[in-house]
Design a protein around this ligand. Structure first.
Ligand code: FPP
Length: 259
């Protein structure tokens, strides 16, 4: 099936005012099922996460090739700290390895990296790597890759509320200035459009604290395969499904699908 191009490239109508749904400009990925993938094969959970990184690498490449503007990937949630110490360490090490091994390639591929989430609880070496990856790619204009690491939607909103309250307390902001547009400027995702499509693998059908504020009008596609099995065919299936959705954003203007 030929896929349309991202919104704003193939058609001039914004999805909020009606018109055809092209490819999503922002996709969120909940990369679930690494553990189950490993368990089914009698492998340690770490092997599932390692294969998960390979699937992530491929997803980034496909998104770039398709001209998707924003991709946000859920790599480590605020709640993942409740996992065994060894698994937490494995996930930290995989993030470090991913940045060390892939940064140069991502930089050359015009990928712009932003890390969202709370950095305070992370070790200094990881925090420095996160800064390095953002600095090295900040001029890039291709795919914007947001890596959600130590991220939780509720925690992100709580951090924003705390900062807004401080502005009010210091007299820089009046209460009647607080509205959704202002709140957005205090979120980690400031400047990034809301996700059009959120894909979750592993058959689970929930958001698990991912982009809670931003997903108010997202479309969801739940895929049965575990994350390490995610590939081009799965990506195209999810995109095909998305292009047939009718998006109304609470209004009456039906956005017709691209045939
Ligand atoms: C969910 O699978 C996945 C995660 C908690 C981590 C996602 C991480 C990766 C894809 C690899 C790491 C990538 C980077 C950049 C660090 P699960 O462990 O919850 O699987 P299960 O539900 O089957 O146990």
């Amino acid at each position: 099936m030929p896929l349309p191009t991202p919104n704003g490239q193939s058609n001039s109508s914004s999805p909020k005012t009606g018109g055809k749904v092209g490819l999503p400009s922002h996709i969120g990925l909940i990369m679930d099922g690494n553990g189950r993938w490993a368990l089914k094969r009698g492998l340690p959970r770490f092997e599932g996460h390692r294969r998960g990184v390979e699937a992530l690498r491929q997803a980034v490449k496909l998104a770039s090739e398709l001209g998707i503007k924003y991709l946000t990937v859920y790599s480590f949630s605020s709640e993942n700290w409740s996992r065994p110490k060894e698994e937490i360490q494995d996930l930290m090490n995989l993030l470090k390895k991913f940045i060390r091994d892939d940064l140069e390639n991502l930089r050359k591929s015009d990928v712009n990296i932003r890390i969202i989430g709370d950095r305070e609880d992370l070790n200094l070496d990881i925090r420095n790597l996160l800064i390095e990856s953002e600095d090295a790619t900040k001029e890039n204009k291709g795919l914007n890759l947001q890596i959600a690491f130590n991220y939780g939607g509720r925690q992100e909103i709580a951090r924003a509320v705390r900062r807004i309250a401080k502005e009010v307390q210091d007299g820089h902001l009046a209460l009647n200035q607080i509205n959704p547009s202002l709140i957005e400027t205090f979120l980690d995702t400031v400047g990034v459009p809301d996700p059009d499509l959120i894909i979750r693998t592993s058959g689970e059908q929930r958001l698990s604290n991912f982009l809670l504020w931003q997903s108010a009008y997202s479309e969801f596609v739940f895929l049965p395969m575990n994350w390490p099995e995610f590939n081009r065919a799965a990506f195209e299936l999810a995109l095909g499904e998305y292009t047939h959705r009718k998006r109304r954003f609470g209004g009456l203007n039906t956005v017709e699908a691209v045939e």
